[in-house]
Ligand binder design. Structure first.
Ligand code: 26Q
Length: 841
């Protein structure tokens, strides 16, 4: 659909980054209203202005994009290819305007026409092609790669339907399908000329070739076409525009005519539908293993297309594969693309006819694997039978890889059968399954965790055997977030203040510049301005909540925020129980609410995760009772904001006073919202889990509200045999909360409604809510006490911002570049971007 030529009457001019083409940009927007939207300017809606602005920005990106791609090609630089089944990018227009220095131009354009620029920006669909942290991380990484001018491509799936839209009806989550593609998407270009064929099913056949060598062919397979859709990834204050290439599945024929003509109409259409279903919808479950065949099809589909794409480009410049690992790095974002190990081997051995040993060396040197979970139950495995049907050749290759690998293990540890079983790629216990994390580990030269604690636990608890075998392959890369989206764009008030205090370069490349804010920790005027900015952000969020949910919030209250996927291990339940405790005590004595509090929750539950959905219901029912209790005088409010996603996060996070990061220690690999909150000046109430550990070190232990067991204490407790009933018996307040819940107070006397929750707490409590509860109450009390002293609170907020510099994804990416990918930056000169589209050059 985007092959339509740009009909703007004047060829777009590409000017170097200096923000100087303001009037030209404004003219271009008007042109696009007329020529792209086909509207008179006076009739244009905010949506038309969005489209016109997006096209105007795109016109200015394409020259830079072509120049960037040309520079990569000509220079034959090493590139990284980030393989991810999810990219949770969020909206593009606002950030592109900022990155190109056109935001002011857009604002004055809107002002002059009496338009609300926010309404224009919100007319953009929010591409939700991810579940949560992992997908958002991929998007932050793409942003940093472009900003650091690194040659990089993101590869993934162009789902027709991203993460479902969450509605709350009667306190329960109702899922509606997402429609991000319902409107034209100006940010992508279909590249039909780069389409790829992908095979599934069929069987393998052996024959002897002209040199007397055995060759394997994959025959009788079904074929599907992958069409790449490219979108632009702009760097901040650079000319670099990188590519995010997402593959859409299409049937090889409209439908099978032979079948159709022979009267088998249903099957003729079915094959087409089957093929196109591959990229139809994102699986909305994270951290839970599904084992659906379609999911494996999705994974192989995008991996096969991407590997073929990379090899095709490599072969344009190279006759042999000798230099492949010096030109190509592939990073596997979790195990979802782990089939890359077998696919690259298949291409090198079966298609390119390389000897096994050489192909294997290339594969391992090329691939890196990032692990994102410590929970064994969340590690992906596939039944051998599914593999055998869907990817028969890959199963053979995996067996051969495993055979050679186990021989190596045996050489190292002769007579240790248990170790072979522990490390094998094939899990032989209880129905044979392929362990994708083992496949990824065996096939990669680098295996990294996403926070220091997590990377240590990978070595000691998750994969100790692999670590013993290859200690040099294991490393840590603490996650990061892009300061462009999460501060510059999401929190303009705070950004402005920071720029006034330390200059304007803090978000260009080195976020450690924020450390200089520490100089102002004793400056009452600065601290007051900081809290005024927070106040204003809270006012704006309160307005949104009033408008969308009809709930009135006090702006002087302390905003306590927990926003993330709903999961038992993240312990939204513990947060909710703390609210009930506060409510019970406030009913006795309102002075416990001297500091008024607003608790904000948001997050989606996987549609089949009934326990998580029940927790949403509990939060909503508790909210209803509390919000309508006049005796509290509005000093306690609880809100569950529906449909959490990137766009909502941008509005919620800047308004938070307190960030709730309370996963059971040892369960959250890193967390990234914890970083976004700290960067926006919220104080963390948190456990020693994931990146919290490092955030606490960076912002200063006295500026972080720590509570709860450590990961070691958690494993000791489990080893000893954890008993929640003992904790409940010991804690009067916990007992009171559980009993109150059991009384049916929050469910109109229906004592059954939350019985499964209280029973589970009393008898199982796998995430040890009961063990950490009292300590959590104390941390909450302490943060409330501090809030009553505005200057002291603001000082700690400032020190959180000042200490958040380490968590820029620019720093994270620089570490990946130096330690794993070995890339060099490729600066794109401004002139080459302009010259590329001028006629006759
Ligand atoms: C796997 C198989 C089948 C279906 C779905 C999945 C699946 C999908 C998504 C499994 C996991 C995910 C997403 C995981 C995720 O978001 N993990 C988070 O990654 C963040 C970035 O590293 C970390 O900060 C979080 O701690 C981690 O939970």
């Amino acid at each position: 659909m985007l092959a339509v030529p740009n009909v703007s009457p004047k060829p777009p001019e590409i000017l170097p980054f200096d923000g100087s083409d303001t009037s030209d940009f404004q003219r271009s927007v008007l042109n696009h209203v007329v020529f792209t939207c086909g509207k008179d300017v006076k009739d244009a809606t905010p949506r038309d202005f969005y489209r016109a602005m997006a096209h105007s920005v795109r016109d200015r990106l394409i020259g830079r994009w072509l120049a960037t791609q040309r520079a990569y090609d000509v220079g034959d630089h090493k590139q990284v290819h980030y393989f991810s089944s999810e990219f949770l990018t969020g909206r593009s227009l606002g950030l592109c305007l900022l990155n190109l220095g056109l935001y002011d131009a857009a604002e004055s354009f809107a002002r002059e026409r009496g338009l609300d620029l926010n309404a224009v920006l919100e007319a953009e669909g929010d591409p939700g092609l991810g579940n949560g942290g992992l997908g958002r991380l991929a998007a932050c990484f793409m942003d940093s790669l472009a900003t650091l001018q690194m040659p990089a491509v993101g590869y993934g799936i162009r789902y027709d339907f991203g993460i479902f839209e969450q509605h709350i009806v009667g306190g329960e989550q109702v899922e509606k399908r997402d429609g991000w593609l319902e409107m034209e998407n100006p940010w992508e270009l279909a590249r039909h000329e780069d389409a790829q064929l992908v095979r599934f099913y069929g069987r393998t056949q052996r024959h002897t070739d002209e040199n007397g060598e055995t060759r394997v062919e994959w025959v009788d397979a079904r074929q599907v076409i992958g069409i790449p859709f490219d979108s632009f990834i702009t760097g901040h204050k650079t000319q670099t525009v990188n590519t995010l290439r997402l593959w859409a599945a299409r049937a090889t024929q409209e439908f099978n005519l032979n079948l159709f003509n022979s009267g088998d109409h249903w099957r003729a259409v079915e094959e087409k539908v089957d093929s196109e279903n591959i990229s139809k919808v994102l699986y909305p479950a994270d951290q839970t293993e599904h084992g659906r065949e379609l999911r494996l099809k999705q994974q192989y589909f995008f991996v096969a297309c991407s590997v073929a794409d990379i090899v095709k480009r490599y072969k344009r410049r190279h006759k042999t594969f000798k230099h492949f690992p010096d030109r190509v790095a592939v990073q596997m974002n979790d195990t979802h693309p782990a089939i890359t190990v077998a696919e690259l081997m298949r291409v090198l051995v079966d298609e390119e006819r390389l000897p096994w040993a050489q192909a294997w060396e290339i594969t391992v040197k090329t691939l890196g694997y990032t692990n994102h979970t410590l929970m064994p139950e969340a590690l992906e495995t596939w039944p051998v039978a599914v593999f055998e049907r869907l990817l028969p050749r890959h199963l053979e290759l995996i067996y051969e890889i495993n055979h050679r690998f186990l021989r190596e293990v045996q050489t190292r540890w002769p007579h240790d059968a248990a170790r072979l079983g522990e490390l094998s790629i094939v899990d032989e216990g209880g129905g044979r399954r392929i362990r994708m994390a083992h496949l990824a580990t065996v096939g990669s030269h680098s295996i990294n965790g996403v926070a220091r604690l997590h990377s240590d636990l990978i070595k000691t608890s998750l994969f100790p055997g692999f670590h013993e075998l290859w200690p040099e392959r294991f490393n840590n890369k603490t996650n990061g977030i892009t300061p462009r989206r999460w501060l510059l764009y999401a929190n303009p008030g705070l950004s402005q203040l920071i720029t006034e205090l330390i200059g304007s370069t803090w978000c260009d490349k080195d976020l450690m510049e924020l450390e200089r804010l520490r100089e102002f920790q004793g400056d009452a005027h600065v601290l007051q301005r900081l809290s005024a900015i927070k106040q204003e952000n809270k006012r704006e969020l309160a307005q949104l909540i009033k408008k969308t949910q009809g709930i009135s919030l006090r702006e002087d209250a302390m905003y306590v925020v927990q926003v993330k996927r709903i999961h038992e291990y993240k312990r939204q339940l513990m947060n909710c129980l703390e609210i009930i405790d506060l409510y019970l005590r406030a009913k006795e004595d309102l002075s416990v609410l001297n500091v008024p509090r607003v608790y904000i929750f948001a997050g989606k539950a996987a549609p089949a995760y009934f326990v998580a959905k029940h927790h949403i219901k509990l939060i909503c029912d508790v909210a209803d009772v509390i919000n309508s209790d006049p005796s509290l005088q509005g000093r306690l409010k609880v809100v569950f904001i529906p449909n959490y996603g990137v766009s909502l996060a941008q509005r919620i996070i800047p308004a938070a006073d307190v960030s709730i990061q309370i996963s059971l220690a040892g369960k959250e690999a890193s967390g990234t919202s914890n970083m976004k909150f700290a960067l926006n000046g919220a104080l963390t109430v948190g456990t020693l889990d994931g990146a919290n550990v490092e955030i606490r070190e960076e912002v200063g232990v006295e500026n972080f509200f720590l509570f709860g067991m450590t990961a070691d204490e958690v494993s000791d407790a489990s080893a000893r045999g954890y008993s929640p009933s003992v904790c409940i018996a010991r804690s009067d307040r916990l007992r009171a909360v559980v009993e109150f819940l059991e009384s049916g107070f929050f469910s109109f006397g229906d004592a059954e409604r939350f019985k499964s929750i209280t029973e589970y707490l009393r008898h199982h409590d796998p995430f040890m809510v009961c063990a950490d509860f009292d300590a959590y109450l104390e941390a909450q009390r302490a943060v409330g006490e501090l809030f009553a002293k505005p200057l002291a609170f603001s000082k700690k907020a400032l020190l959180n911002i000042a200490g958040a510099g380490k968590f820029s994804s620019d720093a994270t990416i620089q570490n990946y570049v130096d330690d794993i990918w070995k890339l060099k930056p490729v600066p794109i000169p401004a002139a080459s971007a302009g010259a590329s589209i001028l006629p006759g050059r």
